[in-house]
Design a protein around this ligand. Structure first.
Ligand code: SAH
Length: 469
């Protein structure tokens, strides 16, 4: 697999070398590797060419699409010899837009790819650990409980779909392959209602128009559906006719929200929400607990594997009922509340105010009284708690892709919990952070366990337990 070269080396190469390929050139080659982004790798001398929709072991005719001084991109012009790991029933739209960048691999091969990637990153850090086989799904499609679909004008019509990889050119799509099919249907229905009433889609170039994105979230067990119309403008023309139509055609909808985002940005949601109809949250369940989920709150996108993930994390923590626990990056309180009856108390910290409100509401909703949630940055709270003399027995961390900060790791280690349970959605930052925990006197206990929260994509979720020496 390919990882970035060190900066110095890169510069040296740039000065010395001229790319051995040119745009539009075609040649036959064998795919020797797969990058973390899911591209096949072929090499010309030492020069890598990254090829979409190419599987290691395949012999292909490559067409060069783009050349830089250090690498090039290519496409498969013709497959000369296919790999047994190739999935022939691939949804091409999902692959070319990047919705499902691993969809050309058979699911077994995807699971192995994820396990190997974590193992390789640990081994590069010289950390000796066993990575268990990835726990996968039985039906690894149609799992996502949330969609954020861009709307753009195509041929004078509001169109929904997805951007082609690396671009902002919208490709019209109705079957999103990895989303709950009920969500796919809802998107088409809402698109058609917006078309009928001539609501303009967002025009990114001129920063004009109304509908930027349609977000839909659907409770896996509850079947409650939230529709969020993300708009550039403060008003939605015809809203009073559109809303009753959405309600009528989509009986599962319990919440229709307008989210206003007036910025020129790739960030999807703005900060301002108006409830156009119904509730400001939808509810869903995990294990025996009910969760209210607001539009700006993070909620795991794969409800089926989330329960596996949380159970695994709780089991690996070997909770006895006496523990004081910190849940860092607590979101709407899902981990806190699902372990609450196995511990003495939980203290959560989360940076998004709406999510903290949801977490508190969720504690009430489930009559859980031994949890507390604080609003703030985990890295700052952890330092403050350590200075206050807090002594947790177990710390759960579930950070976003950028991982933990050194301040957080040092403060957490200084509090000397017997266990740290690290739920990671990015193996690169997991490995970096584990290395620091090791320096602070912690050792990995048991296997690192990947759980496939994101089938067909390159994202990798895993659970690692660190124990104090
Ligand atoms: N444990 C939750 C949420 C995990 S996602 C669950 O499984 O549902 C990561 C969460 O960290 C998100 O809710 C995000 O809003 C929050 N977050 C991001 N940066 C943060 C920071 N610096 N401090 C605290 N929370 C943060």
């Amino acid at each position: 697999m390919i990882v970035g070269r060190r900066k110095g080396q890169k510069k040296e190469k740039m000065m010395k070398k001229k790319a051995p390929v040119v745009k539009n050139q075609e040649f036959d080659a064998e795919v020797i590797d797969l990058t973390y982004q899911g591209n096949g790798v072929v090499k010309v001398d030492d020069f890598p060419v990254f090829v979409t929709n190419a599987v290691p072991g395949e012999k292909i005719r490559v067409g060069i699409t783009k050349v830089t001084s250090n690498y090039a991109f290519g496409r498969v012009v013709k497959t000369i010899e296919s790999s047994p790991n190739r999935n022939h029933e691939v949804n091409t739209a999902a692959l070319t837009t990047g919705i499902a960048p691993l969809a050309h691999l058979k699911y077994d091969a995807q699971l192995k790819f994820k396990q190997q990637q974590i193992a390789e990153l640990f081994s590069k850090q010289h950390i000796d650990v066993n990575v268990a086989p990835t726990i996968g799904m039985e039906n690894p499609t149609g799992y996502r409980n949330k969609a954020q679909i861009p709307a753009r004008e195509i041929k004078g019509q509001l169109t929904t779909g997805f951007f082609r990889r690396g671009s902002h050119r919208l490709m019209p799509i109705e079957d999103f392959y990895i989303q709950d099919p009920e969500i796919d249907k809802a998107i088409v229905i809402i698109r058609d209602i917006l078309r009928k009433f001539h609501v303009p889609a967002y025009d990114e170039i001129h920063h004009k128009g109304v509908i930027r994105n349609i977000m839909v979230r659907r409770g896996y067990y509850s079947h409650e559906m939230m529709v969020v119309l993300v708009t550039r403008s403060k008003r939605i023309p015809g809203a009073n006719i559109i809303i009753p139509q959405i309600k009528e055609v989509l009986p599962e909808v319990t919440s229709i929200i307008q989210n206003v985002n007036q910025d020129k940005t790739n960030v999807i949601l703005g900060d301002v929400n108006h409830v156009l109809w119904g509730n400001k949250v939808i509810k869903d369940t995990l294990f025996d607990k009910t969760f209210a989920i607001g539009p700006n709150s993070f909620y795991q996108v794969n409800p089926q594997t989330t329960e596996i993930l949380y159970k695994l994390a709780a089991d690996k923590a070997e909770l006895t009922g006496n523990e004081t626990v910190i849940d860092a990056y607590s979101g709407i309180g899902t981990i806190s509340l699902t372990i609450a009856d196995k511990v003495k108390s939980v203290l959560g910290v989360e940076v998004v105010p709406g999510a903290v409100d949801d977490a508190k509401r969720n504690a009430d909703l489930n009559n859980v009284h031994n949890v507390k949630f604080e609003l703030g940055k985990a890295e700052e709270k952890m330092v403050a708690w350590q200075q206050d003399g807090l002594k947790p027995d177990v710390i759960f961390v579930d950070p976003p892709r950028k991982g933990l900060t050194t301040e957080l790791i040092d403060a957490a280690s200084a509090m000397a919990p017997s266990k740290i349970v690290y739920i990671s959605c990015n193996p690169a930052t997991l490995v970096r952070d584990v290395a620091q925990f090791k320096e602070n006197g912690y050792t990995i206990k048991g296997d690192v366990q990947p759980v496939d929260q994101f089938p067909q994509t390159t994202h990798i979720e895993s659970v690692t337990v660190l124990e104090r020496n």
